[in-house]
Design a binder for this molecule. Structure first.
Ligand code: GKR
Ligand code: MG
Length: 439
């Protein structure tokens, strides 16, 4: 089998006004859908980050990928990572992710580009062999993958604009009570059994109150995690860790409370000295294999958040599962705004990772059927889980009418890069800047 054509679909999907320490989500999120056509008549798919940067990365491998055998992935990884290593070595400040929105680190673009091609190749291989992707990459260790309820503070609005606006399912969420309401609604609809709150938005005392209200409402059988994306100082992180010691124990965690591995290491030491062993997770201080040794050395991170989209694809995430298992670390999964193709890629790889110790994150509840590009509509969740479909490849096909709508939205919107700070200045505070630490 040979790849004959790389087709790229830049699309825009409605996204509600979600808040984080990065700022505010724009009314549309950008994605790229990748199609690899082959001489066998089969087509493989993947979904990745959107906008000019990711598109340029994919354009740059067009010639390398055209004519490639989709089974020959290691050579492509070698070529792209060799280029990346040279760029990272020459970068003045290293490849830190602290000040960048996840998925927007220019020094990681090779890993993201490779992942988008790898996942589409694995879809092809699954289709060619009649096997689901999780079985192609070594076999599933679970048939269903559990996801967490990913709560956000948000402003009123469901995403999109004007005639292309979506219904606001959750309303404004800027208090502990509204947070509980949001969670109740999400759990009723999807059946999630673990809860994540995106923090770094309100005063820490209010976020502590939200976590406590969630515990009071859902009880200890729903583990809780909070992720302020580095918005807190070391002192504030310790204070929050202390205040939420009971709530974050028993399967929960503190995710990227403050910036840098050194900062998180200090938080960990101070909490442990108080006999508080709330684990810390990261998708900001640890974003690639090279970050793991230092994270371990400083005992800064006990749980790594994987993500096939920027960790260099599904097989890298499996290797990460093995590595974290050997090092006695936990593994969870990060997410950004996405549709069903990404959700299925996340589900397949999660199904084939023996060391996956937490429910994965997903932004999926924040998108709607109007934007879904998967044939047949939204992927179904049962009891918070997505099941591996009994179909070859990723188990989904594209709805080309929906792709065309997504492309048309993309054509009409004026931006080509996620910029949550700009959105914040436009809609909330004209002087807003991402300041770390904010508290
Ligand atoms: O969607 O605003 C967001 C999140 O903050 C996202 O960009 C992060 O990548 O979900 C993420 C995280 O866990 O840090
Ligand atoms: Mg995070």
């Amino acid at each position: 089998m040979k790849i004959t054509e790389l087709v790229l679909h830049p699309i825009a999907i409605a996204d509600p006004p979600l808040r984080s320490s990065y700022g505010l989500h724009a009314p549309f999120a950008l994605r790229t859908v990748v199609e690899l056509k082959t001489d066998s008549g089969l087509t493989g798919f993947s979904e990745t980050y959107g906008g000019d940067g990711p598109l340029a990365g994919l354009e740059a491998v067009r010639a390398r990928v055209t004519g490639m055998d989709p089974f020959q992935l290691a050579g492509l990884w070698r070529d792209l990572s060799a280029e990346a290593e040279r760029e990272i070595a020459a970068a003045p400040g290293g490849r830190s992710q602290t000040f960048l929105v996840p998925g927007e680190n220019p020094l990681d673009r090779h890993a993201r580009t490779f992942a988008a091609i790898e996942i589409a190749c694995l879809d092809l291989i699954g289709k060619a062999t009649g096997k689901p992707v999780c079985d192609v990459i070594g076999g599933r260790v679970r048939d269903r993958v559990s996801f967490s309820a990913y709560l956000f503070y948000k402003h009123g609005g469901g995403g999109g604009v004007g005639g292309d606006a979506r219904e606001d399912e959750y309303g404004e969420v800027l208090s502990a009570e509204a947070c509980v309401r949001e969670c109740r609604q999400m759990i009723a609809q999807y059946g999630f059994r673990e809860i994540k709150l995106k923090g770094g938005v309100l005063d820490p005392a209010m976020e502590i109150a939200s976590i406590r209200a969630l515990r009071a409402e859902f009880g200890a059988s729903y583990p809780l995690r909070i992720d302020p994306n580095c918005a807190w100082s070391v002192d504030t992180s310790v204070e929050v860790g202390r205040a939420l010691k009971n709530e974050l124990s028993g399967g929960g965690y503190l995710e990227d409370p403050c910036a840098t591995l050194e900062g998180m290491g200090e938080v960990r030491r101070r909490l442990l000295a108080e006999r508080n062993d709330t684990p810390q997770a990261s998708n900001v201080a640890v974003t690639c294999f090279a970050d793991v040794p230092r994270a371990r050395e400083l005992d800064a991170v006990q749980i790594v958040l994987s993500d096939p989209h920027y960790w260099g694809g599904m097989r890298n995430v499996q290797q990460l599962s093995h590595l974290t298992g050997v090092l006695g670390m936990g593994l969870s999964m990060h997410s950004n705004s996405h549709l069903g193709v990404s959700l299925m890629a996340m589900t397949h790889v999660a199904a084939a990772c023996p060391n996956l110790t937490y429910a994965c994150d997903t932004h999926y509840p924040w998108q709607t059927a109007q934007d879904e590009i998967v044939e047949g509509g939204r992927v179904k969740f049962v009891d918070g889980c997505v099941a591996i479909p009994d179909k070859p490849g990723l188990g989904v096909e594209l709805d080309y009418d929906q792709i065309a709508r997504g492309r048309e939205r993309y054509r009409k919107i004026p931006f080509r890069k996620r910029d949550d700070e700009a959105e914040m200045r436009k809609h909330v505070d004209p002087a807003w800047k991402r300041v770390l630490p904010r508290w």
